[in-house]
Design a protein. Structure first.
Length: 107
């Protein structure tokens, strides 16, 4: 996501600074997201949708695996914690971008 131009309004400047700071800090994660295939994007969306419906990470992965078997992830007790952290971060990243984009579009 490219940085938008700065405005003269102090509130808008603050929102833009917040957006720019977040984007800078999440740049590596955002770049990784850009490298996903359409199938991976759909799979990730399905897992996040499951988490938003308050499914456990295991159940959200099971649902996504059924819907997108070519992208299906395998997990065990050692990897599920990292997988859960990744998808929770992705969900929070989407929420933050949505909120910041909404704030920056309000005039």
């Amino acid at each position: 996501m490219a940085k938008s131009k700065k405005t003269g309004n102090p509130k808008e400047k603050g929102v833009q600074e917040l957006l720019d700071t977040y984007l800078d800090s999440a740049a590596e994660f955002s770049e990784m997201l850009k490298e996903r295939t359409q199938g991976e994007i759909a799979y990730d969306y399905e897992v996040v949708a499951g988490l938003r419906r308050r499914l456990s990470i295991s159940k959200a992965l099971e649902v996504a695996n059924e819907k997108y078997p070519d992208e299906a992830l395998q997990w065990d007790d050692d990897t599920i914690v990292d997988i859960k952290a990744h998808y929770e971060y992705l969900m929070n990243h989407e929420d933050i971008l949505s909120k910041l984009t909404g704030l920056s579009s309000k005039k």
